[in-house]
Ligand binder design. Structure first.
Ligand code: ADP
Ligand code: MG
Length: 232
């Protein structure tokens, strides 16, 4: 893997344990002569309150890293720790619960359910657990992300940028500890991409308190190549 990590931290977080950590991460897809070693001993710490961008060429293992950190996939060897939870010790049910309760994930391809309205898509992670959002939270999220007047529409009635903002609201609705976004702006034109990044920056502190969520000059210039996540 040949990737770069760029972190920013606007507020000091003290000497707390990293919010997320990958240690000697190895991921091999397939077996035998067709095996692909997507990660070859990756180690990185992601501190609480940081906004981190993972940058690298196509195929360098960015998505694989995010998927393994977010509990969507498992490492072949090595360790992923979220806070003090070692994902390797969780069974599939434990992983599902952890993902639902502690993690928000924004997929490049939106992954919205076409038959559900924007509101239903956003609330889905809560509905699945038989929960409802705290009073006013959906309205606040929708307003921050600029989709308050689109909540009754289905994905096919929304622009790409609006669909991506619905997907972002869905990732934030459970107030997760960690938010992972895999090229969240990859399908957007550069103006919508910059707008979405600004909106994520504004929305995350609603969950994450005063910790900074700014992006650096490199990402401002080239937002469509951004992949990253925010740790509370
Ligand atoms: P990036 O997100 O940086 O473009 P990926 O993490 O998607 O990179 O892929 C890293 C490598 O792993 C690539 O060589 C890719 O072809 C391979 N790969 C990713 N997913 C799979 C899979 N499910 N099966 C086989 N190979 C895969
Ligand atoms: Mg990728």
């Amino acid at each position: 893997m040949n990737v770069t990590m760029a972190s920013e931290q606007a507020a000091p977080t003290g000497a707390t344990a990293p919010a997320a950590r990958i240690v000697n991460g190895v991921k091999v897809y397939g077996a035998g002569v067709t095996a692909v070693r997507a990660l070859d001993g990756v180690s990185a710490d992601f501190g609480a309150g940081q906004f981190t961008a993972v940058m690298g060429p196509s195929g360098s293992g960015k998505s694989t890293t995010l998927h393994c950190l977010a509990g969507l996939d498992r490492l072949t060897s090595g360790q992923v720790l979220l806070g003090d939870v070692d994902l390797g010790t969780l069974d599939d049910k434990g992983m599902t619960l952890l993902r639902r309760e502690r993690i928000g994930f924004v997929f490049q391809a939106f992954n919205l359910i076409p038959t559900l309205t924007a509101r239903e898509n956003i609330l889905l992670p809560l509905t699945l657990g038989g929960k409802k959002p705290a009073r006013g939270w959906l309205r606040e999220l929708a307003r921050t992300l600029g989709i308050a007047d689109r909540l009754g529409h289905r994905p096919s009635e929304l622009s790409g940028g609006q669909q991506q903002r619905v997907a972002t609201a869905r990732a934030l609705v459970t107030r997760p500890d960690l938010i992972f976004a895999d090229e969240p702006t990859g399908n957007l034109d550069s103006r919508s991409a910059t707008e979405l990044l600004n909106q994520i920056r504004r929305a995350v502190p609603l969950r994450a308190g005063p910790a900074g969520t700014g992006t650096g000059p490199g990402r401002e210039r080239d937002p469509v190549r951004y992949e990253g996540f925010k740790c509370r």
